[in-house]
Design a protein around this ligand. Structure first.
Ligand code: G3H
Length: 476
């Protein structure tokens, strides 16, 4: 029996009257996992309208009551972790260990978010500090919620990157309309089932499901939405920003994160960091290392060691906890295979890989990739890594910055001053020195420049993005 999962409005799981359902297919065994509701625009209107009154009451609710409910949700997630992880694994093909880790990481995220907000205090300013200002004028600067936040989350962290929006929004007193990626929507239902057990007021969080092109676009330009927080592909992000006029928006998009390897790098450590940065979850991370820019003098040694490491990577099904798992769907696998085929035709040296079974792309490593090849610039979101040889730091920086993306970068060198000098010149949100690219720990600011995003994520910054200042000015 295949389950039709409901959406969540007014504190209840309900079935859409549209009669339209979307089948969710397992990425690795192609079975039907379940169906989600493709809700109508009218149903989205009802969900959004209902947040209005609920949000005002929620914002007026004592902060410690809001905090208590969110902490209870964190506890509930830990209780439900295995059930939720089971669905993450089935729906997005993440390994069992990573799926469990995603849920526990999320519980920690909620607890830290609660503490962060509790320790945010209002600020005060005196008029006397401005030339000619009056010492009889004081401003109390408060942080108030924006209203209803639209949270749109991606497939690759269906629980963690959803809660990374929901928890900051809720603790600050916002209501949320939550639209998960369609592949990931059943994991989102499981997440909200655990939310529902805690006893939050109705209508402060609505889970709506349906195709982005139908319902996602519609709600993004909806007057009832006061802020949009989106994580996903760069094309969708740009599309959303084009019609959500005058709404504050935070976008976390793709990347083509380079690992710059200097000739004085600790090569064994560098190899370990590149391997985990590039290949975990088959490279389906916005922060994955997606190109290696190595000094020509150590390129042979690095490429030999990377080749050996890639040959040893475990490949298989998520339940067995390998590094390489099947990609999210056939279209994604077709795209990555297309890039591989194109790179071979363009004359790069295939060191290992170029093997496919359905959605499973075996880890693939290329040497002698040059800047006229697609793989030097495009984001595969799959397990394929190009090595590009460079003659100098300046050339590495130039190629790193020529990308349309600027999420993160890694620099490997044992000369700290040199690594910092390179890092200073890289156009990216963060540069990791002697470490792999990654988002966490989750309280660090997380941002991309250029096509990698707009605004800043990370617990305190997300809270800031979902609140605004309000001044009470006291004239004595
Ligand atoms: O896919 C985008 C995520 O923000 C990456 O997070 O670095 O923890 O894998 P991660």
């Amino acid at each position: 029996e295949i389950t039709n999962y409901k959406y969540y409005v007014g504190g209840k799981f309900i079935q859409s009257t549209s009669g339209n359902l979307i089948e969710i297919i397992c990425p690795y065994d192609q079975s039907i996992i379940g169906r989600v509701q493709a809700i109508s625009k009218e149903e989205a209107d009802v969900a959004i309208a209902a947040t209005k009154a609920a949000q005002k009451d929620w914002a007026d609710t004592d902060l410690f009551k809001r905090a208590d409910l969110l902490n209870k949700w964190a506890d509930q997630l830990e209780i439900d972790a295995e059930e939720i992880a089971q669905m993450i694994m089935r729906e997005v093909g993440k390994t069992w260990n990573d799926a469990v880790k995603e849920v526990t990481r999320t519980a920690e995220f909620i607890r830290y978010t609660v503490q962060e907000f509790i320790h945010t205090n209002d600020a005060a300013m005196s008029g006397a500090n401005y030339p000619g200002g009056s010492k009889n004028k004081f401003a109390i600067i408060k942080r108030i919620p924006l209203g209803t936040v639209l949270a749109i989350s991606p497939f690759n962290y269906p629980v963690n990157l959803s809660v990374a929006k929901l928890a900051p929004a809720l603790i600050a007193g916002n209501a949320v309309v939550f639209k998960p990626a369609t592949q990931g929507a059943i994991s989102a239902v499981k997440l909200i089932e655990s939310f529902d057990k805690v006893g939050f007021p109705a209508d402060i969080l609505q889970l709506i499901t349906g195709k982005g092109s139908d319902i996602g676009d519609y709600v993004s330009e909806h007057d009832g939405i006061d802020m949009i927080s989106f994580t996903g592909g760069a094309t969708t992000g740009r599309h959303l920003s084009s019609f959500s006029t005058m709404k504050p928006m935070v976008l976390e998009l793709g990347g083509k994160d380079p690992a710059i390897v200097c000739e004085d790098a600790d090569i064994d450590k560098t190899v370990a960091e590149i391997m985990s940065g590039a290949f975990s979850y088959s490279g389906q991370r916005c922060t994955a290392i997606k190109r290696v820019l190595v000094h020509a003098t150590v390129a042979d040694e690095l490429s030999e060691k990377l080749k050996t490491a890639v040959e040893k990577l475990s490949v298989g099904m998520p339940i067995d906890n390998p590094i390489i798992v099947p990609l999210i769907n056939e279209g994604a696998a077709d795209y990555v295979q297309g890039l591989i085929t194109d790179t071979i035709a363009a004359g790069a040296e295939l060191l290992v890989g170029n093997k496919r079974e359905d959605n499973l792309i075996y880890p693939t490593l290329f040497d002698h990739v040059t800047t006229d090849m697609r793989l030097a610039w495009e984001e595969p979101f799959g397990p394929v890594l190009p090595i590009i040889r460079v003659a100098s730091d300046a050339e590495a920086i130039e190629i790193a910055n020529a990308s349309e993306y600027g999420l993160q970068a890694s620099v490997f060198s044992q000369n700290f001053s040199r690594a910092v000098a390179i890092a200073e010149k890289i156009e990216a949100g963060s540069v990791q020195i002697n470490g792999r690219t990654e988002r966490g720990p989750d309280h660090f600011p997380f941002l991309g420049v250029k096509n990698s995003g707009m605004g800043v994520h990370g617990i305190s910054r997300t809270i800031e993005s979902m609140t605004r200042e309000k001044l009470l000015i006291i004239n004595v």
